[in-house]
Design a protein around this ligand. Structure first.
Ligand code: C5P
Length: 231
């Protein structure tokens, strides 16, 4: 069984558009990320349709609620058969542990990862919500430690943080990194980018890549090029 390192972000709103993109990609080279827009629009049936086509799915719904509610949501995601699901580390230790216990009880256990600090938040935003003590980077490391302590499999982080996270949290901790751009690609609205090869070298476990693949004239060829670059 291959373990492709690329996760293609399916940032579309319809089943038709999602399946059209999937048809141009190979499940041997990538998994697919289904986020809030697509899941709220099309629901579990779309996830099943992607599974039927051989793709592993990262259900990127970033659960954040009381422990019991998040645990039930994680159990439901596990029943759907997704490969990866995520929660907000800011939900706290008991929520993280409840989520991890829920996936541990499931017949096919998804990887469970945490979002630490949203990259949209600057230090001033953190202060406004009461996190006065840290920079976004320090808060991300602290929350990643909380996630690891609760038994989660890893975190979403910037590739720029991957080397430090890898050193601190060890080889088994999964680092899922967006903000990836091949050397010849447009940065779009991403501020801090890294090439696929550099991100893997820095310690990324999986690369989340959207527009450099989905907006390419030939998405399958763009995916294959990046897969070859990191092979
Ligand atoms: O098109 P692009 O490669 O920028 O898409 C990146 C994907 O990763 C999008 O789905 C985006 O929402 C997600 N993401 C991100 N930065 C984060 C967390 C998630 O770009 N910090």
């Amino acid at each position: 069984m291959t373990d492709p390192k690329i996760i293609v972000a399916l940032d579309v709103s319809s089943t038709e558009a999602a399946l059209a993109m999937a048809a141009r990609l190979s499940p041997a080279d990538c998994r697919l990320k289904v986020g809030k827009e697509l899941f709220v629009s099309e629901g579990p049936g779309l996830v099943s349709a992607l599974h039927d086509r051989g793709f592993g799915v990262f259900l990127d719904l970033k659960f954040h609620d009381i422990p019991n509610t998040v645990a039930q949501a994680c159990s439901a995601a596990a029943r759907l058969g997704v490969w990866m699901v995520n929660v907000h580390a800011l939900g706290g230790r008991r929520m993280l542990e409840a989520a991890r216990e829920a996936v541990d009880r499931s017949a096919s256990r998804p990887k469970l990862i945490a979002v630490t600090v949203l990259t949209s938040l600057a230090a001033a935003d953190l202060a406004e919500i009461g996190l006065h003590d840290s920079t976004p980077g320090d808060a991300a490391v602290r929350l990643a430690g909380l996630a690891q302590g609760a038994g989660l499999d890893g975190v979403v982080c910037s590739a720029q943080e991957a080397a430090a996270m890898r050193q601190r949290f060890g080889a088994g901790f999964q680092l899922v990194t967006p903000g990836i751009r091949p050397a010849d690609a447009s940065a779009d609205d991403q501020a801090r980018i890294m090439t696929p090869r550099a991100a893997i070298d820095a310690g990324s476990s999986y690369l989340v890549i959207g527009r450099p693949i989905t907006q390419a004239a030939d998405p399958g060829a763009a995916l294959a090029r990046i897969a070859a670059e990191i092979a």
